[in-house]
Design a protein around this ligand. Structure first.
Ligand code: NAD
Ligand code: GDU
Length: 385
């Protein structure tokens, strides 16, 4: 895959219009040679040389928007589907934004019916563990029932593949760490349970209606686009690194550590923080894998090692240079003490190799983005449902 869009589109267009598979090999090989000669970075890809047409639900949100940029950078055709509940119109960049709700079957039919999409990446969801404990039905309605409506539409419109944003929260509190994909799933909060049900429905629907699926279970995603085009701007945010950066920049007066009495080395929760750019790359690799006809998969997205809440806050203070106030509070209901991925499967299946496995780099990129936001973009919550 090459890192320059215009040129790749030219090759891809030839490939797409070619009457036989021969062109694909010819054009693919010629493009590879051209890129090697011009020194462009190339990653091995089984879907090399073809354009994928992909609809990203939740594309105006934090993770969806980075996936849009990653796919577009690689020359693919992308569009976002988002109700702008917590997303932002500006976050989709040049991609078309189809405003709509995943619970709205008629709107999904309209968009998927004329879109000519090969695949859907399903990121749209409610995402807050704490809120899910306070208002579980909100989560089952959007993350489970909404996913059913979307998967049904994908089946009826004969999509080839669906990649689903799942979460480490499906595991609950497994005894074994790092956590591999086959451990027993026993979510301890409605957010994780709502996602696990959607996973199950996707697996069964894909088998029955004949499409491929990729379930990616993200651990804790953080950081921003290395080119600074987009980053995390989800409103009412409770993600640790985001809250810490907002506190350091002065948007919040202080912050709290949710519990220091966990059975972990320093008593605070431990999480496996994965850089958003590596996570977006995992989606590109998963799509290429599935659209090349390879088997459906379930894979963790993490680095295989964790940092405690205290370690993360120390890092944010050091990198920002701001010693913001931190108080010690009670545990937050629904928080497992430790979530660290066994990340071997995704490497084996997709050849995924992290490029940003470094807490300082993750925090630095989140901090750079926070400073850019403070420069003045309007981040008010859009009003549509
Ligand atoms: N952020 C993390 O650390 C993390 C970790 C694991 C899994 N995930 C999963 O990744 C996905 C994306 O999370 P995010 O951090 O980008 O959250 P986000 O809130 O920034 O993005 C979610 C997007 O979905 C949209 N949306 C929500 N409900 C919708 C609906 N009914 N119809 C259409 N659009 C809707 C929102 O407007 C928003 O743009 C979610 O599925 C989440 O569960 C996130
Ligand atoms: O101000 C804060 C914010 C967070 N925390 C703590 O930091 C840890 C991480 O919390 P986050 O809210 O950043 O992340 P979660 O692990 O709760 O959840 C995130 O990662 C999960 C996967 O591991 C999910 O998928 C979910 O969508 C996503 O929000 C938790 O112990 C939390 O209590 C604090 O102490 N203070």
């Amino acid at each position: 895959m090459v890192g320059r869009r215009q040129s790749f589109l030219t090759w891809g267009d030839i490939v797409r219009d070619g009457p036989t598979g021969l062109e694909l090999h010819y054009v693919g090989a010629a493009a590879k040679v051209a890129c090697l000669l011009s020194g462009w970075h190339i990653q091995a890809s089984p879907y090399w040389g073809s354009i994928m047409r992909v609809l990203v639900t939740g594309g105006a949100g934090y993770i969806g928007s980075h996936i849009l940029f990653k796919l577009a950078d690689a020359g693919h055709e992308v569009a976002a589907y988002d109700n702008l509940y917590s997303g932002h119109r500006w976050a989709v960049g040049d991609a078309p934004l189809h405003q709509g709700d995943i619970n709205d079957q008629a709107r999904l039919d309209e968009v998927l019916g004329k879109g000519g999409f090969d695949a859907v990446i399903h990121c749209a969801a409610h995402i807050w563990v704490g809120e899910s404990v306070r208002d579980p039905l909100k989560y089952y309605r959007n993350n489970t029932a909404g996913a059913f409506t979307l998967f049904d539409a994908c089946a009826r419109h004969k999509l080839k593949a669906v990649v689903f944003s799942s979460t480490a929260a499906v595991y609950g509190e497994p005894l074994k760490q790092p956590i591999d994909e086959d451990v027993q799933k026993a979510p301890i909060n409605p957010y994780g349970a709502s996602k696990l049900m959607a996973e199950q429905a996707l697996i069964e629907a894909a088998g029955a209606y004949g499409f491929a699926y990729g379930i990616l279970r993200y651990f804790n995603v953080a950081g921003a686009d290395p080119k600074g085009r987009v980053g995390e701007a989800t409103p009412e945010n409770s993600h640790l690194i985001k809250v810490a950066c907002e506190t350091a920049i002065g948007k919040r007066p202080g912050m709290r550590i949710n519990g220091t009495d966990y059975p972990t080395p320093d008593g605070t929760c431990v999480r496996d923080f994965v850089h958003i750019d590596d996570l977006a790359a995992a989606h590109l690799a998963a799509l290429e894998h599935l659209l090349a006809g390879k088997p459906s998969l379930i894979a963790n997205c993490g680095y295989g090692h964790g940092y405690s809440v205290k370690e993360v806050l120390d890092t944010v203070q050091r990198i920002s240079g701001v010693m913001f106030p931190i108080e010690i509070g009670a545990r937050r209901p629904g928080d497992p003490p430790s979530l660290v991925a066994d990340a071997s499967r995704i490497g084996e299946l997709l050849g995924w190799t992290p490029h940003h496995d470094d807490l300082d780099e993750i925090v630095q990129s989140a901090w750079n983005w926070e400073r850019k936001l403070a420069g003045g973009r309007d981040l008010g919550r859009p009003t549509s449902s």
